[in-house]
Design a binder for this molecule. Structure first.
Ligand code: ASP
Length: 366
């Protein structure tokens, strides 16, 4: 049986080359595709209609003996993902939805710097019912270099999308890197130097590839929201990410809240914030204007729990607990929630619930 996968190249180190100044920049159109075909691990043959066949040997130890075929498509202007914008998330989502009938799975090759934002965003943008694998991946060194992680990451993603795509766990937005598949809205970039660039500090990887391939969950996250259709996002969102730090100034906070529709508060430790009167007033005032607040910890493994007196004013001031949500997922969820045509109360309810498995829904200890 055949499994068909789209390899959609949007930019990032994986396809970059050195320019005249010695800086890494996206290569010429077509160069990336040509290079993929030069790697025997990824290329057995090309069929007349452009489908590339993955060598049979690569799928030998997969549970089902699928023939994996893939098409490569490069975006017209690949980018460094530092330049990524919400509108480009829509372009990726639309590509996937438009081509859904043609492919069993999708791989989006993307720069690592903002990949966790894109994987989080796509998990919210794509309709709830969409149940094909969408895997983001990239590399820390370019595919053109001999000592690169690119081949391994592309091959692993193809195996996941092709041979393991039947698994409910994998029928969602995920991110494959360094032999691990993570849930797309639970992942964060934590190392810009090692091949192990990503981690999912508060949620076990979906799949671990060692000598054997282990799928850690048997089910896809279960959403309590029944129907969320595709709705594109705008670049002009009034969502803000406000990172708290000792000595943060009142005028800075007030200007951040001034035209905000929603604010993710990246708090200390277990969701703690200063208890200064001016901060309490500023947040309460903004809440009265129906500005949404979502509290997420800036600590890697921190979970928001209401145990300290210093932060006991938050709930009354209208701040929602993001529990174990990452800042990337919190911000993209906020952008998504703000563009839904809903009342302030309904939006707040969406922030309190797990829409796409982005946070653990749990009973507060208090
Ligand atoms: N600056 C690059 C990008 O995010 C880094 C990478 O891909 O690893 O596009």
């Amino acid at each position: 049986m055949e499994k068909r996968v789209l390899l959609y190249y949007t930019g990032g180190t994986i396809g970059m080359v050195l320019d005249d100044k010695g800086d890494l920049t996206p290569g010429k159109p077509g160069d990336f595709t040509k290079e993929v075909k030069r790697h025997p691990e990824l290329f057995e043959k090309e069929e007349e209609d452009g489908w590339i066949v993955l060598p049979q040997k690569a799928t030998d130890d997969c549970p089902s003996q699928y023939i994996v075929k893939y098409l490569i498509e490069e975006v017209e202007k690949p980018i460094d993902s530092s330049n990524m914008l919400p509108e480009e998330w829509n372009v990726i989502a639309e590509k996937i939805l438009y081509e859904a009938h043609k492919f069993d799975g999708f791989i989006v090759l993307h720069g690592t710097d903002t990949m966790a934002y894109t994987s989080s965003a796509l998990s919210f943008i794509l309709p709830n019912e969409f149940s094909k694998p969408v895997i983001l991946s990239g590399a820390q060194r370019t595919l053109f270099e001999p000592r690169s992680d690119a081949v391994e990451n592309i091959l692993g993603s193809l195996l996941m999308a092709g041979c393991y795509g039947y698994h409910p766990t994998i029928q969602q937005v995920s991110l494959f890197f360094d032999n691990k598949l993570f849930q797309g809205n639970r992942v964060t970039k934590f190392d810009s130097n090692s091949f192990e660039a990503f981690t999912s500090p508060k949620f076990k990887p979906l799949v671990e590839m060692g000598v054997d391939i282990t799928v850690n969950y048997t089910e896809r996250w279960c959403s309590t929201i029944c129907h969320t259709p595709y709705r594109p996002l705008g670049n002009d969102s009034d969502a803000r990410l406000l990172v708290l730090y000792p000595g943060i100034q009142e005028d800075f906070v007030r200007s951040a809240l001034e035209h905000a529709g929603g604010v993710v508060l990246a708090s200390f430790g277990s969701g703690n914030v200063p208890s200064f009167d001016w901060l309490q007033e500023a947040v309460k005032e903004a809440s009265k204007r129906e500005v949404l607040f979502l509290n997420c910890s800036q600590v890697f493994k921190g979970v928001v729990v209401p145990i300290y007196d210093v932060s006991s004013w938050l709930t009354e001031a209208g701040v929602v607990s993001g529990r174990d949500i990452t800042p990337e997922a919190a911000l993209t969820k906020m952008i998504w929630v703000l563009q839904e045509d809903l009342s302030y109360t309904e939006r707040k309810e969406l922030l309190e619930r797990s829409i796409r498995g982005e946070m653990t829904e749990m009973i507060d200890p208090k």
